[in-house]
Design a protein around this ligand. Sequence first.
Ligand code: 5GP
Ligand code: MN
Length: 327
Amino acid sequence: MIDTFKKEILECRNPIITTHKGPDGDAVGSSVAWYHFLKKLDKKPILILPDAPSSFLMPFLKNVEYVVFDSENAINTADSNLLFCLDYNAANRVGSKMEQFVGSFPSKRIMIDHHPNPEAFCDITISRTNICSTAQLIYQVIDEMDLLELLDVEIGKGIYLGIMTDTGSFRFPSVDKNTHLILAHLLEIGVKHHEIHEAIYDVNTIDRIQLRGYAIAEKLELHPDYPLGIISLSKEELDRFHFQKGDTEGLVNVILSIEGISVAAFFKEENEGVKISFRSKGNYYVNEFAAKYFSGGGHKYAAGGQTSSDLNVTMNQFRSLVGELFQ
Ligand code: 5GP
Ligand code: MN
């Protein structure tokens, strides 16, 4: 399998890299790492993002040729014979606008991903669900192809970013011995870990801090019957704090950090519906619940979904169903 994979990569022309909608640190980190790796192989890659990432991820795209997908402006795929699907397991994860583009790509598709239950839409599927991040998987496949000598600081920064953000800074159960060995190697080749932490965690705006303060002080509900914490924010509340993409990222983990809480749910009202984030620990798993009721999915302990209803309707729906998570 890795030999076929390596052959496709060595022979590809103008490869296209894609990742999921609402690109997070692992989506951006693994894409950036893969982009720089392909450059090292003298390829001319391009990264196509379904939408722009949060502002704190933008600096990582600095030396990357990328476009934000726009269905109005057709992307010329005629010269490309390979499309990579990084950090997603189903074509619809790139969002409704870009799904058609990924699905109708005329040449080969290769998935590199760590989400459970990958759908069969790629010609080669490298899916390893026990690995903490797609970024770690990127390192491992480079290693398995015997090409680790190509690793440099730009590739390494992307890998570090993806691992760090998908593991809650190296603390989730998904972290293994390999994760730390890889991190050690990245530091050895010159990746400045503290710069990456600062770029992600020390770039708060006052509005962001105050929105989070408000959400925790005024909007946090602890369920009377279950070890469940909930925060919901309406459009009006988000507007009050001049919400910018990324401002509520990680808030769901704050809920989960409360002693005795095993499931955290965060609801954010958007223009058309509500985006939901779930986190859990111990014996509670959130991905099937997210898939069954909220058109979503994800990992056992970190999942998400959405509705097309307003916040009140969504909250009522959630409250009537939530018992199922605790059976
Ligand atoms: P977040 O809460 O950070 O948006 O998402 C956490 C995880 O849940 C993501 O890594 C992703 O695996 C999954 N996830 C979030 N939203 C969706 C969704 O709409 N569909 C699917 N299939 N997975 C999602
Ligand atoms: Mn990931």
